[in-house]
Design a protein. Structure first.
Length: 153
């Protein structure tokens, strides 16, 4: 909560500066260095650094920056508010059993009123599912099974 409160205060300050014609302030989206990632206190932030800021997944057009004034918008955003009434097609959510973001997959499944399934990959984190060979075959197999069952029906 302390980090969230600090981010809210920073967002408020940045919006005030921008409202008075000042420049936008930017922060990194994921840790830029391994040391920052190690001291972040979050497995997911370390894994995000390892994927997005190393040759494993980085891209030269990815500046790794976020407008600080947008933090409040990020905190208020609810990806699931409209799920019950706009999501009518089958829904498959694949998540690692150790993903810090698993709660969001669970919330999406709970909100949906369509054919749905939450498929867990035992022992995996969110970033593990991006490209690690011990997990990607399970993901691809499940995608084929689920969409083979639901597409065209």
């Amino acid at each position: 909560m302390e980090q969230i409160n600090e981010a809210i205060l920073a967002s408020n300050k940045a919006r005030t500066i921008e409202a008075h014609g000042g420049p936008s302030e930017y922060s990194t989206y994921v840790p830029s260095t391994e040391e920052e990632a190690k001291t972040s206190g979050s497995v997911m932030m370390y894994e995000a650094w390892e994927y997005y800021r190393t040759p494993r997944g980085e891209h030269p057009n990815s500046p790794n920056k976020v407008d600080v004034s947008s933090y409040m918008d990020i905190f208020r955003y609810d990806a699931f508010v409209a799920v019950p009434w706009i999501l009518t097609q089958p829904l498959l959510m694949i998540a690692g059993s150790k993903a810090e973001t698993l709660i969001f997959s669970q919330q999406g499944i709970e909100a949906a009123h369509c054919p749905k399934e939450l498929y867990l990959i035992d022992g995996a984190t969110q970033v593990d599912l991006y490209d690690k060979p011990q997990y990607t075959p399970q993901v691809l197999k499940k995608l084929g099974e689920f969409f083979g069952q639901h597409i065209g029906k």
